[in-house]
Design a protein around this ligand. Structure first.
Ligand code: Z5A
Length: 211
C-alpha cells in the first residue's frame, strides 16, 4: 500500500523541523516506516540547488528564477526520495514543500499566483501531500526563535519584517483555500502541546495509524 505524505509549513522559527522529528517518532512508535525529509533539499541534486538558494545576498535571485530553482530541486526530491518511499509503503514527513513557494516567492516576493500554479502543474501535478500542517506564529516571535539559533541567519531570515508578515498571511490564505488538505496549528503553544495537536490532526485526517 502507498504510504502517506505529510508536509509541515510556516514562517521562520515556527518549529517545523522540531515537529517533523517529533511526528516521525510518534508515527514510528505505531509501527510505521517513516522518512523525514526537507525542502529545499532532500536529495543530492536538490541539496546542491539548496546551497544556491539559502546563501548569498538577499536580492540574489529574481522571483521567477527563485521559483524555478525551488521547483527544479522539488522534482529531484520527488523522483529520488519522496515517490520511491511512498511506493514502498513508507510515510514521508517533509519540512516545507510547494506551499512555501507560493508563500515566499508568491505572497512574499510578488510572483503571480497563476505562474506558480503553472509551474506546480508541470512539476508536481497531482503528486502533492495528503495532509499539510501549517504552524502559525506571530512574525516577531518566529524571528526571535530563529535568531536564537545564532549564525546570523540565512538569506531568507535576513529579509525585512513586512516580507515575513506577507508570508504569514500567505500561509493562512493557503490554508483557507485548501481546507481539505491543510490544518493550521497555533505554534505559540509549548512544544509538547503543539506535538499533541499535530498527532490529533493526523489521526483525525488520515485515520488510525499503525493499524
Ligand atoms: N523556501 C522558499 O523560499 N521557497 C520554497 O519553495 C521552499 C523554501 C521550499 C529554507 O530554510 C528557506 O527556503 C526557508 C524558506 C525558503 N526560509 N528560511 N529561512 P530552512 O529550511 O533552512 O529553514 P526554515 O525551514 O525556514 O527553518 P526555520 O523556519 O528557521 O525553523 P523551523 O524549522 O520552523 O523551526 P525549528 O528549527 O524547529 O525551531 C526554531 C527554534 O524554536 C528552535 O530553537 C526550537 O527549539 C524553538 N522552538 C520550536 N518550537 C517551539 C515552541 N513551541 N516553543 C518554544 N520554542 C520552540
Amino acid at each position: 500500500m502507498r504510504g502517506r505524505f505529510i508536509t509541515l509549513e510556516g514562517g521562520e522559527g515556527a518549529g517545523k523541523s522540531t515537529q517533523a522529528a517529533l511526528l516521525a517518532d510518534d508515527l514510528r512508535g505505531t509501527g510505521l516506516d517513516v522518512v523525514v525529509t526537507r525542502e529545499p533539499g532532500g536529495a543530492p541534486g536538490a541539496e546542491d540547488i539548496r546551497a544556491l538558494l539559502v546563501n548569498g545576498e538577499v536580492g540574489r535571485w529574481r522571483p521567477l528564477t527563485e521559483a524555478l530553482l525551488h521547483y527544479a530541486a522539488r522534482r529531484e526530491h520527488l523522483d529520488a526520495t519522496i515517490l520511491p518511499a511512498l511506493a514502498a509503503g513508507r510515510w514521508v514527513v517533509c519540512d516545507r514543500f510547494a506551499d512555501s513557494t507560493l508563500a515566499y516567492q508568491g505572497y512574499g516576493h510578488g510572483l503571480d499566483r497563476e505562474t506558480v500554479a503553472r509551474l506546480h502543474r508541470l512539476v508536481v501535478g497531482d503528486l502533492g501531500p495528503d495532509l499539510t500542517i501549517i504552524l502559525d506564529l506571530p512574525v516577531d516571535e518566529g524571528l526571535a526563535r530563529a535568531a536564537g539559533r545564532g549564525a546570523g541567519g540565512d538569506r531568507y531570515e535576513r529579509m525585512d519584517r513586512q516580507f515575513h508578515e506577507r508570508l504569514r498571511q500567505g500561509f493562512l490564505d493557503i490554508a483557507r483555500r485548501n481546507l481539505d488538505r491543510c490544518a493550521v496549528v497555533d505554534a505559540t503553544a509549548p512544544l509538547d502541546q503543539v506535538q499533541h495537536e499535530i498527532r490529533r490532526i493526523v489521526q483525525a485526517r488520515l485515520g488510525p495509524v499503525g493499524s
